[in-house]
Design a protein around this ligand. Structure first.
Ligand SMILES: [Fe+2]
Length: 488
């Protein structure tokens, strides 16, 4: 104010108390932007794509006037004080019923009465917000990463599996996500299987009454965006695709909401004729800075059986693993973490029997490329979900340490036998040194070792935040403070 008064040429003719007699003109408040109103925004998050692009995404119920242009559905994104309208990724639609993993009588068209909007955040942005909702920004060298997987509530007729979605003990994602957010991660890694509400809850099952089902927005909102909101608000996510997000299951939602690539009808999973394209994706690396990187691999459609070399699926995964080898060969890396949904050198427990090995489809492709090394040179650690437990495996053979973190909310698997039966191996040619495991709901917190050390420390927590095990990774060695089965 002093500067303004000083500039005035007619101060002498004014009263000495100018401010009280002549209130300074105020800039008119712009009309609130309806597309940015918080009531319309159903979800907002940031995910990291190829080349470390920070992709801001929004799900909105706002519908602009006819003729206003596609992007008029989208809110304003304010980055470092400058507001710009986000770009429409895909508008509302109801996809015609396609073949699904369920019988036609237990399926329905996927309704998406929402628009998905997006914008790429500029590198080095210091702040980003949609209205009053502040978005988390990526850090060049994240120090702490939360890892979780297999988080949805299982409603599946074929298995007669009806998880009690409204019981926060039986399906704990909301409390687990809130606990994990309390660790203040710089980044979140979700290793797949976000959506589990596939079929209608039967009338005689109390725990899931009223749950949405099928593959539309309502199920994605209930299974992921609502319960995980505190964790989506806390840090950008790296998103890995699970088998529940293959095209015949929740692939349509994957393509609309989470796939880091531009939305494309061929990859939308709407038309089964394109599934051979839409069920696969090129791997990409996310730099974690300081000599660490994560390679993200889409194994959504990997089946259980070994593949013949002339199988189109073999050829697709072979191409993907060739790209992995190129990414893993990047110079200057001390810790390359491979992540995909299905455990490759991990176990799947079987009630009353010896545990099953890792995924045979992926192993068949990997052994064809790299013999019994399986992984290409340069990978120190593998992170997976899919099996609903926690496993931390250190090999006596020269294989990447392997961690499974699939205990994020869906029904848990039975515990692995303890001790493991003699000779148990996840793949021919591997030798287990030590395994640490538990079968309780929880998540992992990864903390970067202080320089000049390399690698990461992994802490396995229960959903309530109780520490169960601490494992230190350096190179392909993983050393845990406990071994065998852990009870919470
Ligand atoms: Fe899975």
């Amino acid at each position: 104010m002093a500067a303004l008064h000083g500039c005035g040429s007619d101060d002498s003719s004014s009263s000495s108390n100018t401010a009280s007699n002549n209130p300074p003109a105020t800039t008119p408040t712009p009309a609130p932007d309806a597309a940015t109103a918080s009531a319309n925004i159903q979800a907002a998050w940031v995910e990291i794509g190829d080349g470390n692009q920070a992709l801001a995404r929004v799900v909105t119920r706002y519908t602009a006037e006819a003729g206003a242009g596609a992007n008029a559905q989208c809110p304003l994104l304010t980055v470092d004080g400058k507001a710009a309208r986000m770009t429409l990724r895909v508008g509302p639609a109801t996809a015609p019923l396609r073949t699904t993993a369920s019988a036609a009588a237990d399926s329905k068209p996927s309704e998406f009465p929402v628009s998905v909007c997006e914008a790429t955040l500029p590198a080095g942005a210091a702040s980003a917000a949609i209205g009053a909702q502040v978005l988390p920004l990526p850090k060049a060298t994240p120090q702490r990463i939360v890892v979780l997987a297999d988080t949805g509530c299982r409603l599946k007729k074929a298995d007669n599996a009806w998880q009690a979605c409204s019981d926060t003990e039986a399906w704990p994602l909301a409390s687990l996500a809130a606990t994990a957010a309390g660790f203040n991660p710089d980044l979140v890694l979700h290793i797949g299987d976000y959506h589990y509400r596939e079929n209608a809850c039967p009338p005689d099952i109390a725990g899931c009454q009223g749950s949405p089902w099928g593959y539309g927005w309502d199920t994605w909102q209930a299974d992921l965006f609502k319960p995980a909101a505190p964790l989506l608000a806390k840090a950008p996510w790296v998103v890995v695709r699970g088998n529940h997000e293959e095209c015949a299951r929740a692939g349509q939602g994957w393509a609309r909401f989470l796939d880091t690539r531009p939305y494309d009808a061929t990859r939308s999973c709407d038309d089964p004729a394109n599934d051979a394209i839409a069920n696969y994706a090129d791997p990409y690396a996310v730099s974690l800075g300081g000599g660490s990187q994560v390679i993200v691999f889409d194994s959504a459609k990997a089946g259980k059986a070994a593949l013949a070399t002339n199988d189109p699926q073999f050829i697709a995964y072979q191409k993907q693993f060739q790209t992995v080898a190129t990414l893993a060969a990047k110079t200057g890396m001390t810790t390359t973490i491979f992540t995909n949904h299905h455990p490759i050198l991990g176990f799947a427990p079987v009630a009353g029997a010896n545990p099953a090995p890792g995924n045979l489809a992926l192993q068949s492709v990997m052994s064809n490329l790299n013999a019994q090394a399986y992984y290409p040179t340069g990978i120190q650690l593998a992170l997976h979900g899919h099996v609903h437990d926690f496993q931390a495996i250190n090999f006596a053979s020269a294989h990447p340490a392997t961690i499974v973190s699939g205990n994020g909310g869906d029904n848990l698997d039975v515990a692995l036998p303890d001790p493991l039966p003699a000779g148990s191996v996840p793949a021919p040619g591997t030798t287990i040194d030590r395994i640490t495991h538990h079968a309780s709901f929880g998540f992992l917190v990864m903390d970067r070792h202080a320089s000049p050390a390399t690698g990461w420390q992994f802490k396995a927590y229960t959903k309530a935040g109780k520490l169960l095990a601490t494992c230190d990774q350096t190179g392909n060695t993983l050393t845990c403070d406990k071994t065998g089965f852990l009870t919470p």
